[in-house]
Design a protein around this ligand. Structure first.
Ligand SMILES: [Zn+2]
Length: 298
């Protein structure tokens, strides 16, 4: 189905958008949204998402799991342990890909500050950006870590960062072109931009179709696969150096997807599907539920 009447692709301006899926916001609003695919740049995007100022109504702030708390419920417990494992993994990715064990890092979309805090403990000078006051406040109280609001990045000095990270943030962006240009300006020559995004061509995405939890409409505006994200980054002066799997996302996303489908034994079924998706991704990183991309500033 080609939607000639729809507006051009919001990312590249091409026309002739193709219907991709109809997804429901199972987590918050229960509203439905269409996803369209651009025939030119390949990006899939959420049609008519809420205005930027309206998004807070749809966002779910994750302020419950504090350091040292004992989380309740099997999914929360799993999330808690996986997060600790992933923090170590993220530190390793940054230090390996930046070829250094200290330096200046901009963590964009820092949420409650766990990753920023971990990098500081490893000797990095971290600047954290978070749009929500509640999460900035949480980080301040929890880690005594100062975070800046999004507009404040305009005051940062160009060419001063060794690394910029965005962990599951770029797919939410309302201004992707402006953001990539800003990152290009802020990175020093040869600096790296590391971002993790869900992958719409993953095994679990194909299996669950419109129930796939990582479509996460309308919070996710953009739905990438390696080709579409790489092409976009190239247009802004970045070269893809490396990409790798996010190992646990397939399990977490599959369990949530099973719940979206209201299946009985959703946890067990999701874990099995997550395991299958994870095994496939061992041979083919392009099939991973989420992918970490490492781009270098040209
Ligand atoms: Zn496009």
């Amino acid at each position: 189905m080609v939607y000639q009447d729809f507006k051009p692709c919001p990312l590249c301006g091409a026309s002739g958008q193709i219907f991709y899926a109809s997804c429901t916001d199972y987590m918050v609003s229960k509203e439905s949204f269409y996803l369209l695919r651009c025939p030119d740049c390949g990006v899939v995007y959420t049609l008519d998402p809420p205005e930027e100022g309206e998004m807070k109504r749809y966002d779910k702030l994750n302020l419950k799991l504090k350091l040292g708390d004992s989380p309740n419920g099997i999914t929360s417990r799993l999330y808690y342990h996986v997060r600790n494992f992933m923090l170590k993994r993220k530190v390793r990715i940054v230090e390996m890909q930046a070829y250094r064990t200290s330096g200046s890092l901009l963590n964009y979309g820092a949420k409650t500050g766990f990753f920023s805090h971990r990098m500081e403990k490893h000797g990095w000078k971290v600047t954290s950006v978070e749009k929500y006051h509640e999460e900035r406040q949480f980080s301040m109280e929890m880690f005594r870590h100062r975070m800046i609001d999004v507009p404040e990045i305009e005051a940062l000095h160009p060419g001063t960062f060794d690394v910029i990270t965005m962990w599951h943030v770029f797919e939410h962006s309302y201004h992707p072109h402006e953001l990539l240009d800003k990152f290009y300006e802020l990175l020093r020559p040869g600096g790296v931009l590391i971002m993790a995004c869900p992958n719409i061509y993953s095994t679990d995405a194909i299996h669950y179709g419109s129930y796939w939890a990582a479509y996460d409409v309308p919070r996710h505006r953009w739905h990438f696969y390696p080709g579409s994200l790489t092409m976009l980054a190239q247009k802004h002066g970045f070269t893809l150096m490396h990409h790798e799997r996010m190992p646990f996302d397939s399990f977490y996303i599959s369990v949530l997807s099973e719940r979206n489908m209201r299946h009985k034994m959703a946890f067990l079924r999701g874990m099995l599907m997550g395991l299958y998706s994870w095994i496939v991704s061992l041979w083919n990183r392009g099939k991973s539920s989420s992918i970490v991309y490492v781009f270098r500033k040209r």
